[in-house]
Design a protein around this ligand. Structure first.
Ligand SMILES: Cc1ncc(COP(=O)(O)O)c(C=O)c1O
Length: 395
């Protein structure tokens, strides 16, 4: 039998701390490793496989488009790209779309757009205010945007123009705003930072402040968009509309794609300002169209709202039973369980052994981001495995 981790350690750059399992195949909410062992997948490509693994709707859209037209330059019009843009606009509060290949690219586009806006409408303002514990991507600029000093350190000097302020603190945003500020960029719920849910009125206060100052509100919905929080877009839950929104992860259901959306007033790119070789490629766009249509037509966000509540109740029961769980938090299918010590890796390994994939989001917290299509049966199974795993943890 091939030892895949050994081969990986020989050939792959050693930049990823991996979970010791080689996944070979997936179907729905389940995956199988190279020894044929089955796992319930509550990581789902890190909040990506919203329809589960290998959903026929995605597989068929990909196969059909692969037989028809794989790639053209963006110098030409292609139908899936235009259809995806139309679908996004008709089902959100935004007016215009640019399609790219990842979350990072969507956020780079958002920052560039905000700077163009600053140059054109705000006397050259270029600074973007972001929050601590935010994660926006791994380019140099987005490393600076992300609120992790430890992430900044290995790559200094970083691009200027990003101010990281305290999370969930409107006064911190107000204090950091100057005549140089062109935008505030936030995740509706911070994902990589540990699933940090803001106060109910935080986003509304930020929206009001941005309006008062004439600056843009960028919502990074790369993790929260496409139904994950129990609404199609996270902003709906907080009663605000962003000027710019970025998407990736769930948009392709497993196909690499990102999107930058903007209100008409903020869509200030002129011809030649921005482009991408692969962005809006016919194949990825066709897959994303299929995903988005499925999510909308089947009210997948409604399922997340209902089953997400059930998941949260199950986790609360576990909290009552295992006193070292200090908090369960989240919205919809973006949830975390925090412990009173750094045992997340032990919990992850115990779950793995018992057939459940979870993500260590912090040394003392695990994150659950299951596919959006699961029901109470899968939740019961996950809670049962978690219970057994937690019962065996030696602290
Ligand atoms: C909120 C958020 N923004 C941006 C990104 C970066 O996306 P990508 O990894 O596709 O570049 C991520 C990835 O985890 C994310 O969660």
């Amino acid at each position: 039998m091939v030892n895949w981790p050994e081969l990986e350690s020989k050939y792959y750059m050693q930049t990823i701390v991996r979970v010791p399992v080689t996944l070979m195949r997936g179907e729905g909410a389940r995956v199988w490793d190279d020894k044929g062992k089955e796992y319930l997948d509550f990581v789902c490509g890190l909040a990506v496989n919203c329809l589960g693994h290998c959903h026929p709707v995605i597989a068929e859209a990909l196969a059909e488009q692969a037989r028809t037209l794989l790639q053209t330059s963006n110098w030409y019009y292609t139908v899936p790209q235009i259809q995806l843009a139309q679908l996004l606009v008709e089902n959100s509060c935004l007016d215009r779309v640019f399609i790219c290949n990842s979350g990072l690219e969507a956020n780079e586009g958002a920052v560039k757009l905000a700077r163009r806006y600053g140059h054109i409408k705000l006397k050259g303002a270029y600074e973007v205010i972001t929050t601590m514990q935010s994660f926006h991507g791994r380019s140099l600029a987005l490393t600076a945007a992300s609120g992790y000093p430890s992430m900044h350190k290995p790559y200094v000097p970083l691009p200027v123009g990003f101010i990281n302020v305290a999370n969930n603190d409107i006064e911190a945003i107000k204090s950091a705003t100057t005549e140089k500020t062109c935008a505030v960029m936030l995740e509706p719920v911070q994902g990589e930072g540990g699933v940090n849910v803001p106060d109910e009125d935080y986003l509304k206060k930020v929206r009001e402040w941005c309006d008062r100052k004439g600056i843009l509100l960028i919502l990074d919905e790369i993790q929260t968009g496409v139904g994950r929080l129990g609404a199609l877009w996270g902003y709906e839950l907080y009663g605000v509309e962003p000027d710019i929104m970025t998407l990736a992860k769930g948009l392709g259901g497993g196909i690499p794609i990102g999107a930058l959306l903007a209100k008409e007033k903020a869509a200030v790119f002129a011809p030649g300002d921005h482009n991408s070789t692969f962005g809006g490629n016919p194949v990825t766009s066709a897959a994303a169209c299929a995903v988005l249509k499925y999510v909308i037509d089947n009210d997948i966000a409604g399922n997340v709202k209902k089953v997400g509540q059930y998941l949260m109740e199950g986790l609360e029961e576990l909290k009552k039973k295992h006193s070292f769980i200090t908090e369960v938090r989240g919205r919809g299918f973006l949830v975390a369980m925090e412990f009173n010590s750094d045992i997340a890796q032990d919990v992850l390994m115990a779950c793995l052994e018992k057939g459940l994939l979870v993500n260590k989001v912090k040394p003392n917290a695990v994150r659950l981001v299951p596919p959006l299509i699961i029901g109470s049966k899968e939740v019961d199974r996950a809670i049962g495995i978690l219970d057994k795993a937690l019962s065996g943890i030696v602290r």
